[in-house]
Design a protein around this ligand. Structure first.
Ligand SMILES: *Cc1c(COP(=O)(O)O)cnc(C)c1O
Length: 483
C-alpha cells in the first residue's frame, strides 16, 4: 500500500520555527497595532518549511479521484472528459482580467464569445433565445419557472400555480418549483418507466402553470409520448419545461424546440465539459421559444451590425433578475471552446456515441445485473443491483468494491423507483477499451459476490480510507482539527 497516501495533517507536520515564506524587506518603518487589537495568545498556525507544504498538498491531491485519473460512470451527472484547451482559453488574460463593469466597447471579444454561445445553444436546441446568467442547473430551473410565471401573469392568468413533475424527476425539479412558490403535482410513471399519459390527463386544468420533463428521463429512457403530452399541456394553457441538464444524448439526435418545449435549461458543466465535481463551478443557461424572449433576464448580449452591446433593462413586463452580472463567464468560455473544438459535424456524434456506449455496457452486463427495464436506453440506464439476490451483496457493496479496482462508483440508490438502483452513464468521450475494462471489473465483482462475498462486503480495501460510516459522518461531521 502506498504510504505516501497516509499523510499527516499539516498541523502534525508543524515544527516550531520552520518557515515557508520570505517577506521582502520592510520599506515603510515600524507600525504598532493598538494594544486592544492585538491577540493575547498566538494563533494556532502550523509552521512548516516550503517543501513540506508543497509535498503535503501535492500528496493530498493524489487522494482525489477525478475524470483525469480514471473512468467515472456517474449517471445523471455527465462527468465527461474536460479537454485542457478549455482551461487554457478560459485563463487567457484578455478574459480572466476583465472587470464586470467594463464598458462594452473595451471588451468586444468577450462579448462575441458570450453572444456566440447564446446563439450556438439556440441552434443546438431549436429554441429562439438564451440567457447565460444562471449559475447552475437548479438556478436555471428556478429562472425558467420564473419566466413561465411572468408569462402567465402578463396574460392575467394568475391562478396557474401548479407544476407537474414526473415521479422519476431529479430532486431539483420539485425543489425549484417550491422555491418559486409554485405547487408541485406528481405524475406517475408507467411500468416501462415513462410518463403515464392517462394519469397526466387527470391532473390537467386551468391551474397548471407548467409541466417539467427530463428527456431522456432519469432512467435513460426516451419519452416516446412527448407529442401527445405537449399537446395536452398546451391545450390546457400550461407551458412545457425541458430539463436539459444532460443534453448529451440529444446532441445530433433531436432538439427540444422541435418537440414543442417552451422553456429549458442546459447544464454547461455537464454537457459542455467543465469539471464540476465537489460542487462547482456551474452554469445553467435558459432558453425560450419564439414569443417568450421578453421574459428572459438581463443583462443580455445583442449584436448591432458588427458591434456587441449589453442590454441591461428588460421589456416592461419582465420582473426577473438573476444573480449578479453575466453568470459564470469562465464556464461559458469553456463551453464555447468545447463546441468550437468539436465543430458542427462532430458535435452531432455526441448523442449517438453516448447512446451506443450506454447500450453496450447494459447489454454486456444484463446477464449478471438486474435490468428492471429492458430495451434501448439513451445516455444512461439503471440496474437494480446484482441479479443473484441470494449473495446478500448490495449495490453499496458493489460501488465500494469498484473503488478497489480504480473506478469511480456510479450513482447509487437513485432513482428511487428501485431498491438497489445503480445508474450508469459512460458518456461519449470514453473509448471501447476503457469501457471493456469497466465491464470486466463489474463481471469480476459479480463473480466475487458469489465466491468471496466477504471481500466485496468489506470493500474498499485499497483506498486511503476504508468503508466509512456515512450515516455517522453525515450526522456528526468533524470538520475542524482538534489536538
Ligand atoms: C444535475 C441535474 C440537475 C441540477 O443541476 P445542478 O447544476 O446540479 O444544479 C437538474 N436536473 C437533472 C436531470 C440533472 O441531472
Amino acid at each position: 500500500m502506498n504510504n505516501k497516501l497516509y499523510g499527516k495533517l499539516i498541523f502534525e507536520l508543524s515544527q516550531p520555527g520552520s518557515k515557508g515564506y520570505s517577506l521582502p524587506k520592510n520599506q515603510f518603518g515600524d507600525y504598532t497595532l493598538p494594544q486592544e487589537m492585538r491577540r493575547t495568545a498566538d494563533a494556532n498556525l502550523p509552521e512548516c518549511d516550503e517543501m513540506t507544504v508543497v509535498r503535503h498538498y501535492t500528496n493530498l491531491s493524489g487522494n482525489n479521484f477525478g475524470v483525469d485519473n480514471g473512468f467515472y460512470p456517474l449517471g445523471s451527472c455527465t462527468m465527461k472528459y474536460n479537454p485542457a484547451i478549455n482551461e487554457e482559453t478560459a485563463a487567457l488574460k484578455a478574459f480572466a482580467a476583465l472587470h464586470p463593469l467594463q464598458p462594452a466597447e473595451t471588451c468586444q471579444g468577450a462579448l462575441a464569445v458570450y453572444y456566440g454561445l447564446q446563439k450556438s445553444l439556440a441552434a443546438l436546441t431549436g429554441l429562439s433565445e438564451f440567457t447565460l446568467n444562471p449559475f447552475a442547473g437548479a438556478h436555471g430551473e428556478l429562472t425558467g419557472l420564473m419566466i413561465i410565471r411572468a408569462y402567465h401573469e402578463s396574460r392575467g392568468d394568475k391562478q396557474r400555480v401548479k407544476v407537474i413533475v414526473p415521479d422519476s424527476a431529479h430532486g431539483t425539479n420539485p425543489a425549484s418549483a417550491a422555491v418559486c412558490g409554485l405547487e408541485i403535482v406528481e405524475v406517475k410513471s408507467k411500468k416501462d418507466g415513462r410518463v403515464d399519459v392517462d394519469d397526466l390527463k387527470n391532473l390537467l386544468d386551468d391551474t397548471v402553470a407548467a409541466m417539467m420533463m427530463t428527456n431522456p428521463n432519469t432512467l435513460g429512457l426516451f419519452e416516446t409520448e412527448i407529442p401527445e403530452i405537449t399537446r395536452l399541456v398546451h391545450e390546457c394553457g400550461g407551458l412545457m419545461y425541458y430539463d436539459g441538464a444532460n443534453l448529451n444524448p440529444m446532441l445530433g439526435a433531436c432538439r427540444p424546440g422541435d418537440m414543442g418545449f417552451d422553456v429549458m435549461h442546459i447544464n454547461l458543466h455537464k454537457t459542455f465539459s467543465t469539471p464540476h465535481g465537489g460542487g462547482g463551478p456551474g452554469s445553467g443557461p435558459v432558453g425560450v421559444r419564439a414569443g417568450l424572449e421578453q421574459f428572459l433576464p438581463r443583462p443580455h448580449v445583442v449584436k448591432d451590425g458588427e458591434t456587441y452591446r449589453i442590454e441591461k433593462e428588460a421589456g416592461s413586463n419582465t420582473p426577473i433578475h438573476v444573480g449578479a452580472f453575466f453568470g459564470n463567464f469562465g464556464v461559458i468560455i469553456k463551453a464555447y471552446t468545447y463546441i468550437l473544438t468539436l465543430g458542427k459535424e462532430n458535435i452531432k456524434m455526441v448523442g449517438p456515441l453516448a447512446t451506443l456506449n450506454a447500450n453496450y455496457i447494459k447489454e454486456c452486463l444484463k446477464d449478471v445485473y438486474e435490468l428492471p427495464i429492458d430495451g434501448l436506453c439513451k445516455h444512461e440506464f439503471v440496474f437494480d443491483g446484482l441479479k443473484d439476490k441470494s449473495t446478500g451483496i448490495t449495490t453499496m457493496d458493489v460501488a465500494k468494491r469498484l473503488l478497489d479496482y480504480g473506478y469511480h462508483a456510479p450513482t447509487i440508490y437513485f432513482p428511487l423507483l428501485f431498491h438497489e438502483s445503480m445508474m450508469i452513464e459512460p458518456t461519449e468521450s470514453e473509448s471501447k477499451k476503457t469501457i471493456d475494462g469497466f465491464i470486466n471489473v463489474l463481471r469480476t465483482i459479480a463473480q466475487e459476490a458469489i465466491e468471496q462475498p466477504e471481500t466485496v462486503h468489506g470493500a474498499p480495501h485499497h483506498t486511503p480510507i476504508g468503508r466509512v460510516d456515512d450515516v455517522l459522518a453525515a450526522k456528526n461531521p468533524i470538520l475542524t482539527y482538534k489536538d
